[in-house]
Write a protein that binds this ligand. Structure first.
Ligand SMILES: Nc1ncnc2c1ncn2[C@@H]1O[C@H](COP(=O)(O)OP(=O)(O)OP(=O)(O)O)[C@@H](O)[C@H]1O
Length: 302
């Protein structure tokens, strides 16, 4: 079992740049969202089995997994798009069965998808309030309260440490990282207690990923419970308090930060057993230096 590697260097920054001791240590606060032995079947296809997951205020729970591991299915259950077939989905200590994303939102569970639902040519502030515009005046002369929407957008973005020169610029002109950040600030403003981020760094370069990770940390500092879906263990380890690795629909690792090192996490994602077999195969081939391949470390118990 590896020591917590709080000073490990990832992407040119030390993890200490982003992670700080969380005020709510694991086990000391009640989870907002809990999955207990959750399973999901699509006809005969088993997508998830026996999933246990806790999401606590002020903590980032990272869900890692390769393609087809079941990450999307997990998000869909938590966000109310799909229903679980087995186990319990618990919010604030009470079992729930959500029928649509609106019900999840009403419970404070918001999802920021990779393909953000924004209108690229509309200004940043219009996108911030898209579908929930502020108005003023009585019907039938009610109109958009443009000033208040602009002011609020500015205040909310600043509160998350996001500084944009011009809120009038079309959101499509922002970088991918900035757009994700605006979406996170928007979800926080509209009352999210739990934020589900679907691979927010997947399509981004190193610098832009850093921007998004910074705002994930900011959301945590504001007391939100964050579910960070990713297949990048380096990104996860920058901000994560808890790590759940999915493989073929089951939890392969479910560990608090103190119980898993970045190396172990990377090894889990690379598939330790498969890597060892591959290394063995390659050792038979002349000209391949297997010493250059990553080490396989023993996994902590799940
Ligand atoms: N609507 C569906 N009908 C049948 N099988 C499905 C359906 N959706 C997902 N699956 C299957 O369930 C399993 C988990 O898929 P899921 O999309 O949740 O994985 P994932 O980890 O999100 O993968 P990716 O990163 O590629 O999206 C896969 O075997 C997939 O083929």
């Amino acid at each position: 079992m590896g020591a917590p590697s709080g000073r490990q260097e990832v992407m040119g920054m030390t993890t200490n740049d982003l992670t700080k001791p969380t005020p709510a240590a694991e086990g000391t606060t009640e989870p907002v969202v809990q999955l207990k032995g959750v399973g999901k079947l699509y006809g005969n296809v088993r997508a998830l089995e026996g999933i246990d997951l806790d999401v606590r205020p002020g903590q980032v729970t990272c869900v890692l997994g390769d393609n087809g591991a079941g990450k999307s299915t997990l998000i869909k259950i938590i966000s109310g798009l799909h229903q679980h077939d087995e186990g319990e989905y618990v919010v604030d200590g009470k079992p729930v069965r959500l029928h649509n994303p609106r019900e999840a939102l009403n419970l404070g569970i918001a999802t920021v998808y990779q393909d953000l639902a924004t209108v690229p040519l509309m200004p940043v502030w219009r996108n911030f309030f898209l579908g929930s515009e502020l108005t003023r005046g009585p019907w039938p002369i009610r109109r958009l309260d443009i000033e208040r929407m602009k002011e609020t957008t500015q205040t909310e973005l600043s509160a998350m440490g996001i500084h944009l020169d011009n809120l009038e610029q079309p959101i499509g002109t922002l970088s991918g990282g900035q757009r994700q950040s605006v979406a996170i600030a928007r979800a926080v403003y509209f009352g999210a207690r739990v934020l589900i981020l679907d691979e927010p760094t997947a399509a981004l370069g190193v610098k832009q990923s850093g921007v998004v990770l910074k705002y994930i940390a900011a959301a945590r500092e504001r007391g939100l419970g964050v579910i960070f879906i990713t297949h990048n263990p380096h990104h996860a380890y920058m901000v994560g308090d808890h790590f759940s690795v999915l493989r073929l629909g089951a939890l392969e690792l479910n560990a608090a930060r103190d119980d898993v090192s970045l190396e172990e996490l990377t090894n889990h994602m690379a598939g330790g057993t498969e890597l060892a077999a591959l290394k063995h195969e390659l050792a038979q081939v002349r000209g391949v230096d297997v010493e250059e391949l990553p080490e396989v470390v023993n996994s902590p118990s799940t």
